[in-house]
Write a protein that binds this ligand. Structure first.
Ligand code: ACO
Length: 360
């Protein structure tokens, strides 16, 4: 560098750097707003299904009845894994589920007849395929590592119902499946975060779609990103009962620690996704005869209230983690569920990168 040239401004972590416009989502961290393609997350979470959101994000608007039937059939017809993928999952039986997901994501290109075509139509086709097949990979690995036979996908069930069915082998209570459906909707897209950015970097080199998705899944694994979703139930178990919640919060604050499930890099008011699973968590805890989990979490929320003024508010993980826990889903599947949900978001970020692409 020439000594007379001004020093370049280093923006570590690309903080406050904008790389592109996006039509897929709009986030207002000060107002606590999240919009997918013009639709408020509150409306989508209370009135839509994950299948509709997949269509909305990838195709740009909500489907009509016929379009919804078509996407539903397309997703159902892509749920099966082949024997090569099954054998890789078997060979990785003892690995972390995210390692299995990352490896299988890469391997999926081998069973695709047209993996290198980066046209919009082909990228959408692959996007639907990946959305449909990832739950089967996660559930198959989970069954095999527990010494159980994998469960074949059931075409009579919705995306969320089928995922729970493939994990447990039992047709789920529709109200429980609806909570997972909501959770998938809430996690489906969130602008250019670390994993979406990784997908965009790969796409910017004109790498194939599977490469972009593998980069995204690899990046999501880290504890500073998707991995953050593994902490809330730990603290709930540590607190043990609702009377201890106040002391717990005070102790963490005095030591300068973080109460898991609070604070967000973007939202400085309540994360708009957080409230949608609160009631479901309460119902599940009561149904299981374990109301203490909901009571502890509610008390933690109350005792954290004074910090809301400083922008430390409840985030989406707080209630979603309790739902996973109460549904009997083990902690190491929390990040894979995040990944299953985020696929349509990755697809749309890659499509937007390809539109007027510039190498990053
Ligand atoms: N509990 C208590 N205090 C907190 C918390 C928290 N959860 N989060 C931030 N603070 C405090 C910090 O101690 C700091 O206080 P100080 O100014 O007195 O030192 C202040 O708030 C600012 O903290 P930053 O780390 O600068 O805030 P940032 O917005 O960058 O952090 C983060 C965001 C990393 C998510 C943080 O809030 C955190 O660690 N939360 C707990 C983990 C968690 O729930 N992660 C999931 C996020 S949601 C998601 O990823 C989908």
């Amino acid at each position: 560098m020439n000594e007379r040239e001004p020093k370049p401004e280093i923006k570590k972590g690309l903080k406050n750097v904008y790389i592109d416009k996006t039509k897929s989502s709009f986030i207002d961290g000060k107002q606590g707003k999240l919009i997918y393609r013009g639709y408020n997350i509150h409306d989508l979470a209370s009135k839509s299904t994950f299948e509709e959101i997949v269509y909305l994000l990838i195709n740009g608007d909500l489907p009509d009845k016929e379009e919804l039937n078509k996407i539903d059939l397309e997703l159902k017809s892509n749920r099966q894994i082949n024997k090569e993928i099954l054998s890789v999952i078997q060979s990785m039986k003892n690995s972390h589920p995210m390692d299995v997901l990352r490896t299988c994501m890469s391997l999926l290109s081998a069973s695709d007849s047209n993996p290198d075509d980066i046209s919009i139509e082909n990228a959408k086709r692959i996007g639907f395929r990946i959305t449909a097949i990832l739950p089967t990979i996660v559930a198959t690995h989970h069954r095999l590592r527990n010494g159980q036979q994998p469960i074949q996908p059931n075409d009579q069930l919705t995306h969320a119902e089928n995922f729970l069915y493939m994990l447990s082998g039992e047709i789920p209570d529709p109200r429980d499946a609806k909570l997972i459906d909501k959770d998938l909707i809430l996690h489906a897209e969130h602008g250019v975060n670390a994993s979406s950015f990784a997908a965009r970097v790969a796409a910017s080199t004109r790498a194939d779609f599977y490469s972009s998705m593998t980069a995204a899944i690899s990046t999501l694994k880290g504890p500073l990103h998707g991995g953050a979703a593994e902490g809330v139930m730990k603290i709930t178990l540590e607190i043990g009962n609702e009377e201890n919640a106040s002391d717990y919060v005070a102790k963490v604050r005095q030591s300068g620690g973080r109460v898991m499930g609070f604070g967000h890099a973007v939202y400085k008011v309540e994360d708009p996704r957080a409230r949608h699973l609160r009631e479901g968590s309460k119902r599940l805890a009561e149904k299981l005869g374990q109301p203490q989990w909901f009571q502890i979490l509610s008390k933690v929320e109350d005792h954290m209230q004074p910090y809301a003024e400083r922008g430390i508010c409840v985030n989406v993980d707080f209630w979603s983690e309790s739902v996973y826990y109460l549904l009997g889903i083990p902690e190491d599947l929390f990040i894979p569920i995040f990944a299953l949900a985020r696929v349509p978001g990755y697809v749309v970020q890659v499509l937007e990168q390809q539109d007027g692409n510039m190498l990053i």
